[in-house]
Write a protein that binds this ligand. Sequence first.
Ligand code: PHE
Length: 529
Amino acid sequence: MSDDAALLALLRVLEACFSSGGPPPHTLGLCKDHPEWGGHDKVFGLCKSLQAREYVSLKQKEKTLWLLTAEGERYAAEGTPEFKLLCWMQEHHEAQGHDVTSLKAAFGADTDVALSNAMKLGWLKMDKGTKRIQPKDQGTQGDPKIADLGSKALQTIREWHVKDAETDEDTEQQLHDMLRKVDASKQPDRFLQELKKRKLVETKKLKFCSVERAEKFQVELKKPLADLDAKVIASGSWKHQELKPYNFFARGTRLRRGAIHPLMAVQKQFKHVLTAMGFEEMDTNQYVDPSFWCFDSLFMPQQHPARDVQDTFFIKSPEYANGALMEKDYIARVKEMHERGGQGSIGWQYDWSLDESLKNIMRTHTTSVSARMLYQMGQEYKKTGVFTPKKLFSIDRVFRNETLDATHLAEFHQVEGVVAGRGLSLGHLMGVMNTFYKAIGIEKLKFKPAFNPYTEPSMEIFGFHPGLSRWIEVGNSGVFRPEMLLPMDLPPDVTVIAWGLSLERPTMIKYGISNIRELFGSKALLGGV
Ligand code: PHE
């Protein structure tokens, strides 16, 4: 039967009930009278959908059912084991009584339950000396006083349940009355609890409802309008049509879950690798920096081409950082190092300008963050006399005034690692590189001497990419120059090795993306990423 056909049939039955003036029908009765509707759950569901249309209103009700368990059913049909045992012993009369072993042999698995219950009921007695058992009253075979009340009670409960299932009333009282007739000497409540404890009956809460006529009741299934679209509104047809009320409890359509952007996935993997290698993440939450941290603190001269508008985005407002917030002594030491050098260096030999170093820019690399951290480490050492070696990393966005093409964007992500400690050499740097790149899937490395204003020596890192089957540049690295570290107050015997790479490059290779604009920015392919 289709749902609509069942609904119509139900409406007809309900109309008859409502017009008869009798008590409101309930789902239990409806279900019993119309097995063709497919059981109580189904009828309940049909009533609910009529309620949603405001044809009827439902009143939730609940009652307790007493049901026989499988064992209970067996005892109701065959008698309780204690009674069966008593009958058997009377049939197989033994003058000295039976011993437990022979009873077990004859009566099987139920013997223990049967014995303990029959003893409790006082049907059997045991000779204290011989431990043999026999019925208390040998002469009472067929004694009307001894009856299988347990089994009768179970039959009564079943009988009651069949009737009870049809009514919406709480008929537990009737069950009690019926049980009193079985055994007048026992409180029905106790009786039921005993049977429940023996797991012969169980209780269940039954939820059902009574059905009452509601405002929109009719023996017709009108499909209310569910979608108010432009056509319906423009034509005004909504005025004459019934509208489906909102169901605020309905589940929404399941959305296909979003995916993690490749850059985020690779970033997560790198973080994992670096953390496992003992690196701590630096706080990179600052896109705008004074030029000082991006360049001057790194011993990059103010005439360096990277500091040109060709390469760097300068901030219009505020154009300059607040010099008062900078550490005067440190600035003086940086100025001195740029102008005249010190400790074996002759510096860059020019007039260093504070104003130039205060110009705000979008940071061009995350080495500005590393510089700040190293400066803090130097200050800590100056204060405490203790230098703590550190491994640090950062992964975040940097900005460059580049000509945009398939492999360059004005903003990208940089991965940077820094190790500061005593006695570190180029060999350590190469060792760290090998471990890191191996962990991200690049097994073979080559190092090429290079130039960096703030590292000496410097090396470009090339990795053999098995997928592309060629050597590709995978990073830049070096040992920070003493001209950068000494003004920070780091101890002179501390070496800092560092390397950096873009996050985009390995991500593009891993995901086979050839145009960076498909990966990042406003033209990113949503389907692709
Ligand atoms: N900052 C460099 C860059 O932008 C990377 C680098 C970091 C090089 C640390 C050496 C040491 O490419």
